[in-house]
Design a protein around this ligand. Structure first.
Ligand SMILES: *[C@@H]1O[C@H](CO)[C@@H](O)[C@H](O)[C@H]1NC(C)=O
Ligand SMILES: *[C@@H]1O[C@H](CO)[C@@H](O)[C@H](O)[C@H]1NC(C)=O
Ligand SMILES: *[C@@H]1O[C@H](CO)[C@@H](O)[C@H](O)[C@H]1NC(C)=O
Ligand SMILES: *[C@@H]1O[C@H](CO)[C@@H](O)[C@H](O)[C@H]1NC(C)=O
Ligand SMILES: *[C@@H]1O[C@H](CO)[C@@H](O)[C@H](O)[C@H]1NC(C)=O
Ligand SMILES: *[C@@H]1O[C@H](CO)[C@@H](O)[C@H](O)[C@H]1NC(C)=O
Ligand SMILES: *[C@@H]1O[C@H](CO)[C@@H](O)[C@H](O)[C@H]1NC(C)=O
Ligand SMILES: *[C@@H]1O[C@H](CO)[C@@H](O)[C@H](O)[C@H]1NC(C)=O
Length: 317
């Protein structure tokens, strides 16, 4: 019973959808999207900015006047016929215009080259309906010049350490990026906000960025730092190990114990071997044997023998 009204509303919805689709299609074909023409390149590289007119191969630039402008009114490069009539000092030796499709090539790009450009094409030839020179077309294009930010570098500094935890400051930095980069960290899959500072000479200069994190590490943790600028992402990882003070404090005494006991054992062994060499054997030989062997020994080493001789005589008493 409630079904017919619902189905009756379907065609209306369809028509509305189709109408909207037609408007969007019209926008695309008639150039609504043209307003947003964008070119992107990097510092030091070369870029071609497209114009709105292509000179037919049967003709030459001779009958045209072309202006490439920036910031609405500043002339970057201008031609009247095949003759250069104007050039911006900042672009000298860095620009070239294609004489057929009027593309403006800019080389050794600088961040300052970023901005809104447009080309204006005029015809110098009169036509029956348009006497004198007249505008053929005008089209804007926005240029974005980006600069690569360096691979993020992670440094850490332990500020306090105990058996249970290690307090540390972790700093992640990257330099030379443009536009202003974003920085964030991930601790074992969990993203963390870094206390971020940016340094730059001006809003149109490369940025140095540093993100800082204060951590209390109770077990080894994997830290990854991400730098994001203009859709590019670069990252670096570092395993933040807990400084294990417990092992360090027990390892040191055990090392001392080993050293001390080694010294005692070595001294003891030396003492035994010395005693064995001079004491019992000599005592026995001196008491029982003749003086010759004693004299032989005396030639080799005098003092120990004398003393052993004394003890020998004493023992024989
Ligand atoms: C213009 O011509 C140059 C070659 O001369 C070509 O590289 C460039 O892609 C062309 N640009 C357009 C927008 O057609
Ligand atoms: C466009 O404007 C920016 C910022 O004001 C300036 O730095 C740049 O030199 C201008 N470009 C030209 C071609 O004048
Ligand atoms: C442009 O190039 C010419 C010839 O290579 C050179 O003499 C001139 O100094 C250059 N000008 C600038 C502003 O770089
Ligand atoms: C971290 O992410 C990886 C891949 O997304 C997953 O395999 C792993 O289990 C995650 N670890 C933790 C501790 O969530
Ligand atoms: C970030 O660091 C600055 C300077 O060290 C400090 O003043 C500020 O409170 C910190 N912010 C946060 C959220 O930790
Ligand atoms: C950015 O870092 C680089 C390299 O560390 C340094 O040479 C430069 O002076 C820094 N720039 C600013 C604006 O601090
Ligand atoms: C770090 O953790 C330890 C043990 O969990 C705790 O005693 C200490 O107060 C913590 N330090 C900070 C700065 O949170
Ligand atoms: C740390 O995490 C990153 C990204 O999740 C991964 O590529 C890397 O292998 C991990 N390193 C260690 C030591 O677990």
């Amino acid at each position: 019973m409630g079904c017919p009204p619902v189905s009756a509303s379907w065609p209306l919805k369809r028509w509305l959808g189709l109408g909207l689709g037609l408007i969007i299609l019209q926008c695309i074909t008639l150039g609504c999207a043209q307003e947003k023409k964008v070119a992107k390149s990097k510092v030091g590289e070369k870029v071609g900015l497209p114009c709105c007119y292509k000179i037919p191969s049967s003709e030459s630039l001779q009958n045209y006047r072309v202006y490439w402008q920036m910031n609405i009114t500043d002339v970057v490069l201008a031609y009247s016929g095949e003759k250069k009539i104007d050039e911006h000092p900042r672009y000298i030796n860095r620009t070239k215009m294609d004489f057929q499709n009027l593309t403006l090539w800019i080389s050794t790009l600088e961040i300052l080259d970023s901005g809104p450009y447009h080309c204006i094409v005029q015809s110098l030839q009169s036509s029956p309906d348009k006497p004198g020179s007249h505008l053929l077309c005008e089209e804007p294009v926005t240029l974005f010049v980006t600069a690569d930010s360096s691979e993020p570098n992670i440094e850490r500094e332990v500020t306090a350490s105990s058996c249970e935890s290690t307090e540390m400051v972790v700093r992640c930095s990257s330099h030379g990026g443009f536009p202003k980069p974003k920085i964030y960290g991930v601790l074992n899959n969990v993203s963390v906000v870094l206390n971020t500072t940016w340094e730059s000479e001006s809003s149109l200069s490369p940025y140095n960025v540093t993100g800082t994190l204060w951590l209390n590490v109770t077990k080894d943790i994997n830290f990854t730092c991400f730098i994001e600028y203009d859709g590019f992402v670069r990252s670096t990882s570092l395993l933040l190990a807990k400084a294990n003070d417990c092992i360090v404090s027990t390892a040191l005494p055990s090392y001392n114990v080993i050293t001390a006991s080694s010294i005692i054992i070595i001294t003891f062994l030396l003492a035994i071997s010395l005693a064995a060499k001079y004491f019992p054997r000599h005592a026995c030989s001196h008491c029982s044997k003749n003086q010759d062997s004693v004299e032989d020994h005396e030639k080799e080493s005098m003092d120990p023998l004398k003393s052993s001789k004394v003890t020998c005589e004493m023992s024989s008493l």
